[in-house]
Design a binder for this molecule. Structure first.
Ligand SMILES: [Zn+2]
Length: 469
């Protein structure tokens, strides 16, 4: 078996690992690399392998840094199956089209700049039409039902508890030449136990080869209950002073989690009588997909829907309105009085949230609530740092609103979570590869696995490194 690490190697983005076994080439994830525009374009446009030679893709989950380059793979000649859960198929239906649209918009902007300097236009990495074509290759399979990919190669997906439809991938390979079976386990992104909506990550007993994510390999999260409690306090405090709560949130997962928590507060009588708006077309589409996949919910959420939520819809309640239409979104700009507006993008770098921030951050009665990690150099990060002046659409705005950051909503396992998950293995894997983490986080996790759990053969692969096992 050979493994080549073509993305999410010593970084958290662009997940892509090529496995060659029994002469078959299987790609685990095909994510977009997200980073500086020029570097991202270069890395995403060309694959470091022949796309038409890949026999199959196994996709852990729908996040764009794991799924987002599938349309380009198809464009470059891939004609195999993309196996994933049925919820992931549905989510990719919304997210890859959205990504195609973003690629087209981005190139339109770049080409306007290029024209000024007399440079020829560039093509988008892929279009919405390419994304639509690529969706035909996705095939949904059920959790924990082994699927024979090729003679001697079986794929089984287990719930990773990270987002709707997220999976841990197990590849059971029967090598030729009478060698023993090898089980490769790829965590994808691993979730946290005891979070709302999702089941806990499935514990596995065996892995010969392990690819484990390490996003928070060196960190411990505050408990989610603390952040949920703070959400209640912040909404009450802001509405008492007549202000609005503006929440930049990713349209997928984080928005649905917030709506679920607000739904609970509403039914407990703990939510002030103020309107709540989810203003993002993608979030609206994705919430509908969540509603279609109750089989992915944990027992607590299903019990809550059956017994405690009179409307039987955890993503809807009387005070909540979803906004798809652009004119209705603009009407929110003239609203008087307290309200909550949840909008994308999650780091406030694009989308409708920028309008809501521009209209509201100069009023000290308002609150900007940050509920996710903010990358350096983003508007979200400048808000977290409480920069006195921020630029939005080229204009300067004075930050007078209260800014609160809640760090407890992460959908990734932290260091204790990762260590406790691997302890379900009856014996340590022979080889462990630490992926999907910055170098420091990956090295810290590697050290803990070696020193605390006696792991041997632990490695933090570098980009494009090829390992023979
Ligand atoms: Zn993810």
């Amino acid at each position: 078996m050979q493994i080549s690490f073509h993305g999410a190697a010593q970084t958290v983005t662009g997940s892509q690992h090529l496995i060659t076994v029994n002469g078959e080439k299987i790609l685990l994830d095909c994510g977009l690399y997200q980073g500086k525009r020029d570097e991202a374009r270069r890395r995403n446009r060309e694959f470091p392998f022949d796309a038409s030679a890949v026999d199959a893709v196994v996709l852990s989950h729908a996040h764009i840094d794991h799924s987002g380059n599938i349309p380009n793979l198809v464009k470059q000649g891939f004609r195999g199956r993309v196996l994933c859960t049925t919820a992931t198929v549905d989510l990719c239906g919304a997210m890859l089209l959205d990504s195609g649209h973003i690629q087209e918009e981005d190139v339109a902007y770049v080409n306007r700049q290029r024209k000024k300097y007399g440079e020829p236009p560039v093509e988008p990495i892929y279009t919405q039409e390419d994304a639509s074509e690529a969706l035909k290759y996705l095939e949904g399979i059920e959790y924990e039902k082994p699927y024979q990919l090729r003679p001697g190669i079986t794929v089984t997906l287990y719930d990773a508890g990270h987002m709707l439809g997220s999976a841990i991938v197990a590849l059971d390979c029967q090598p030729k030449e009478g060698r023993p079976n090898q089980r490769l386990v790829f965590t994808g992104d691993l979730g946290r136990p005891h979070v709302p909506i999702l089941r806990d990550p499935t514990l596995l007993e065996t892995a010969d080869i392990l690819l484990i994510e390490s996003t928070y390999g060196s960190r411990t999260h505050p408990p989610m209950e603390e952040s949920a409690e703070a959400l209640k306090t912040i909404i009450k405090r802001t509405s008492h002073r007549g202000g609005k709560v503006i929440i930049p949130a990713f349209a997928v997962e984080r928005t649905q989690l917030l709506v679920y928590l607000l739904n609970k507060l509403y039914h407990q009588g703990d939510l002030p009588e103020i309107p709540i708006y989810v203003d993002s077309p993608l979030a609206v589409n994705v919430t509908d997909i969540f509603r279609r996949h109750p089989e992915c919910f944990d027992d607590e959420t299903r019990g809550y829907i059956l017994h405690e939520d009179p409307e039987g819809d955890v993503f809807g309640f009387r005070q909540l309105r979803y906004i798809r239409d652009v004119e209705q979104s603009k009407k929110l700009h003239t609203l008087r009085g307290p309200c909550v507006i949840i909008s994308a993008s999650g780091m406030a770098e694009a989308g409708r949230i920028q309008h809501h921030l521009k209209n509201n951050i100069e009023d000290p009665r308002n609150t900007v609530l940050i509920v996710g990690w903010q990358a350096p150099n983003t508007l979200g990060r400048r808000l977290v740092e409480k920069a006195p002046v921020v630029r939005i659409f080229g204009m300067e705005y004075h930050l007078e609103a209260e800014v609160v950051t809640l760090n407890g909503f992460s959908s990734h396992a932290d260091q204790p979570g990762l260590l406790s998950w691997v302890q379900a293995f009856k014996k340590p894997p022979e080889q462990t590869f630490i992926v999907h983490g910055d170098p420091e986080a990956a090295q810290v996790l590697a050290t803990r696995l070696r020193n605390d759990l006696g792991y041997k053969g632990v490695m933090v692969p570098s980009l494009h490194q090829n390992v023979e096992i």
